[in-house]
Design a protein around this ligand. Structure first.
Ligand SMILES: C[S@@+](CC[C@H](N)C(=O)[O-])C[C@H]1O[C@@H](n2cnc3c(N)ncnc32)[C@H](O)[C@@H]1O
Length: 252
């Protein structure tokens, strides 16, 4: 990168890459990829999405590829702003929807502080894509009147300590747990201690949008025990609540 030129105005666009199936990308996301000068992408965004990128665009991996640690969030923001200040149209591809557990807030703040225009193109979050894959609805009249999305790990990779367990043990809600496969057993223990039945229907959808998609379905207790031993390698969306009743089967 060379010195910034105040006369050149670049931009940053955060696009939601959806769950991995490229036909679930929005037309706007495809259009931004086609006109990008620089594309920053990470592991979960999926390589196929990059086939839509302008062939002359510079493609920069910012995820944990090939065993290398991922660049720190500040470094990603610095890169995006640096390129935008060179007049480049920078596209940052996020998995699912950028507004959900993607640290988009930090990138938006960094762009605003640097006075770089930033646009957000929404995508289909893995939570709703998982429901679609399962052929079910996350809400159900009279059964599930509320949907909540939580992260199963804090900055140390542990189960967050300040979870609202009363809300999470609400029988009338469907809960979508992101980044929760390693901590689900301890979450399940806490939920049961807060009154949620160990028989609550629970489903894990692993590696959605890829040929390796796998489904594990059972009760809260069963799935907690199985995740603790099976240790799935791919990203997992865990859904629990009465809306998931009837999905007591596994699928690969
Ligand atoms: C950093 S969060 C990103 C969430 C994303 N912004 C969204 O809206 O889906 C990563 C977590 O999302 C879920 N996830 C992302 N891609 C997935 C996929 N292809 N299959 C299953 N879960 C996925 C997993 O829970 C994973 O640990």
């Amino acid at each position: 990168m060379t010195a910034p030129d105040a006369a050149m105005q670049g931009s940053i666009t955060l696009i939601g890459g959806g769950p991995g199936d490229i036909d679930l990308l929005t037309l706007r996301a495809v259009e931004r990829l086609r006109t990008a000068d620089v594309v920053l992408y990470d592991d979960l965004a999926g390589d196929e999405i990059l086939s839509f990128a302008n062939p002359d665009a510079e493609l920069i991996a910012v995820g944990k590829r090939a065993g290398h640690p991922s660049p720190k969030q500040q470094e990603v923001s610095r890169l995006m702003i640096g390129y935008a200040r060179l007049g480049k149209r920078v596209v940052r591809v996020k998995s699912g929807d950028p507004s959900i557990f993607s640290r988009a807030d930090e990138e938006i703040s960094a762009a605003r502080e640097a006075s770089v225009p930033i646009e957000i193109v929404p995508g289909i979050t893995t939570a709703t894509a998982a429901a679609a894959y399962l052929g079910t609805s996350l809400t159900k009249r009279g059964v599930a009147r509320r949907v909540q999305m939580i992260t199963g790990h804090d900055v140390d990779g542990k189960l967050p300590e300040n979870l609202d367990l009363s809300a999470l043990a609400d029988r009338g809600a469907t809960t979508c747990v992101f980044m929760g496969k390693a901590t689900f057993a301890s979450l399940a223990d806490k939920l049961i201690a807060h009154g949620l039945s160990g028989d609550t229907p629970t489903v894990v959808v692993e590696s959605l949008g890829s040929p390796a998609t796998a489904v594990m379905a059972g009760t809260l207790k069963e799935i907690a025990a199985r995740l603790a031993t099976a240790k799935p390698a791919g990203p997992c969306m865990i859904l629990y609540g009465e809306a998931l009743a009837g999905l007591h089967r596994d699928e690969e």
